[in-house]
Design a protein around this ligand. Structure first.
Ligand SMILES: Nc1nc2c(ncn2[C@@H]2O[C@H](COP(=O)(O)OP(=O)(O)OP(=O)(O)O)[C@@H](O)[C@H]2O)c(=O)[nH]1
Length: 468
């Protein structure tokens, strides 16, 4: 797989889409908060205009208490004004007020005090309804939810987004429990929380959770990359399936023994977790495969010459270094050949750069086919090549060099040799002496190559002691 500029463009596009996605989610969070404010105002107007159906949608069921509606409005406004520079003081004030109301209600419930009645609007209506045996109070679950949501807002405003999102998530658990209670018919799960407050709680919790979508857990969840994709899949399935399973169990509870049901529940849940993990692994593997291919393409680009496909200078130097080290260990002779195409400039000038490239590809191929598999071949750059011949005597090295020279001379390159005649190369040969660095051997081979060029080109020249 080639790693092209198209991939970069795709990556850039994904990042822009990611950025837009988080912005839209923050806008949706504000819209949800605004919806909660409007609906809570509507509930409060039920108290003003004596229209109980506006705060108690199910006749005889639980009502949205005036303090609940006010707390929702405060939290809703705080979410709505988030990220607006001019409300940096008002914003935390709204959240603090909501928190104080929630804590007062909680302490009233836990300590049996009556502090909240002093600032509860429409208290007379509430009292009349309570005396008539109707449910109208801010329950401990609602107060707890509001306390978590307002704290989440404050934490977010203080810059601790991850903890803020954790608090919002815990706050959201309350209306979720309430919904399950309503769906399964378990009264203790929703207590005094009306269906209306449950709905407000879900929307409000969602909006508090998502108001910092550019950061933290929500940001990670929205990611178009592997982590986000798997997380979204798991969250979606992880919510939906257990709720369905739970519902089915509740339905069969009457007809099956409890311990049988429990065993079945364990089996189904573990089966579900296994399926979830397997699907996640499949998605992860698919995406990781692309990453591995890209990594491989990068490694190839760093070690191989993109035109001819043989090793590049950097990779050759590494290969040659380790060959020299091994040769020193087994005390065998090693030779280096340096090859340069003759008058290559005129190849380009006469036939054009594209044909020039074709000539280089053909020479690289001829060179590779003329040596052993264990001999490393590389393009040093431009029209210059090199090969290292381990465990080779001087006679054999000269034979190989000659073989390469004649092979190149006889290579047919359609589009060039048929029009302009054969291409030739000059070769410089040098022996790697003990303790010699690869740079030193290459420099000797280069010296010999110069001599080959000087003596008329299409020649092989050997570096000798007199050249030192
Ligand atoms: N087509 C093509 N040409 C290249 C590439 N890399 C280098 N060249 C050309 O290779 C030519 C090398 O020319 P010179 O260094 O003058 O050597 P030469 O013409 O081969 O002459 P001698 O080596 O003295 O025989 C230059 O014109 C470069 O532009 C390449 O990847 N493709």
């Amino acid at each position: 797989m080639a790693f092209s500029s198209l991939d970069l463009l795709e990556n850039e596009k994904q990042n822009i889409a990611y950025e837009n996605r988080t912005r839209y989610v923050e806008i949706i969070a504000k819209a949800l908060a605004l919806g909660c404010i409007l609906l809570s105002v509507l509930s409060l107007s039920g108290y003003v205009f004596s229209a109980p159906q506006l705060y108690r949608p199910i006749a005889g069921g639980s009502a949205t208490h005036p303090l609940t509606a006010i707390t929702i409005i405060l939290i809703g406004f705080s979410v709505f004004l988030e990220h607006k520079k001019h409300f940096t003081i008002l914003n935390p004030l709204l959240a603090i007020t909501a928190l104080l109301i929630s804590l007062t209600v909680m302490s009233d419930i836990l300590l049996s005090s009556k502090l909240a009645v002093h600032f509860t609007p429409f208290i007379d209506t509430v009292n009349v309804e309570l005396q008539a045996g109707l449910s109208n109070s801010m329950g401990i679950n609602t107060a707890l939810m509001m306390a978590f949501l307002s704290s989440a807002l404050l934490l977010g405003q203080l810059g601790n987004v991850l903890t803020a999102q954790l608090f919002a998530f815990i706050g959201l658990a309350v209306p979720m429990l309430s919904i399950i209670g309503y769906a399964y018919g378990i009264t203790s799960f929703f207590g005094h929380m009306s269906i209306l407050t449950t709905m407000y709680g879900m929307f409000l919790g969602g909006s508090v959770l998502c108001i910092h979508a550019k950061h933290g857990a929500v940001h990670a969840l929205l990611s178009p990359h592997i982590g986000g994709r798997i997380a979204r899949f798991q969250v979606g399935i992880g919510c939906f399936v257990p709720i369905c399973i739970g519902y089915l169990f509740i339905q069969t509870l009457i007809s099956v023994k409890l311990e049988d049901l429990f065993g079945l529940y364990v089996v189904v849940i573990s089966w579900f977790i296994i399926v979830l993990i397997i699907f996640s692994a499949i998605i992860q593997e698919k995406i990781d495969e692309k990453r591995r291919d890209a990594e491989l393409a990068l490694i190839k680009a760093a070690t191989y010459d993109s035109l001819t496909g043989i090793a590049n200078r950097r990779h050759f130097m590494e290969l040659a270094k380790s060959t020299l080290e091994q040769s020193a260990l087994v005390a065998s002779e090693t030779y280096i050949l340096m090859l340069d195409v003759d008058h290559f400039k005129s190849v380009n000038d006469r036939a054009g750069h594209a044909i020039g490239d074709k000539v280089l590809i053909a020479i690289a191929s001829t060179l590779t086919n003329s040596v052993r598999k264990t001999d490393s071949v590389c393009r040093l750059g431009g029209e210059e090549f090199a090969t290292i011949l381990p465990k080779t005597s001087e006679r054999d090295a000269l034979l190989v060099a000659e073989k390469i020279r004649t092979a190149v001379e006889q290579t047919d390159i359609p589009g060039y040799t048929d029009i302009y005649g054969q291409v030739t190369i000059s070769i410089g040969l040098a022996k790697a002496e003990d303790q010699q660095t690869i740079d030193a051997v290459l420099s000797h081979a280069d010296n010999a190559l110069y001599q080959a060029k000087e003596s008329g080109r299409n020649k092989v020249a050997k570096f000798t002691d007199e050249d030192k």
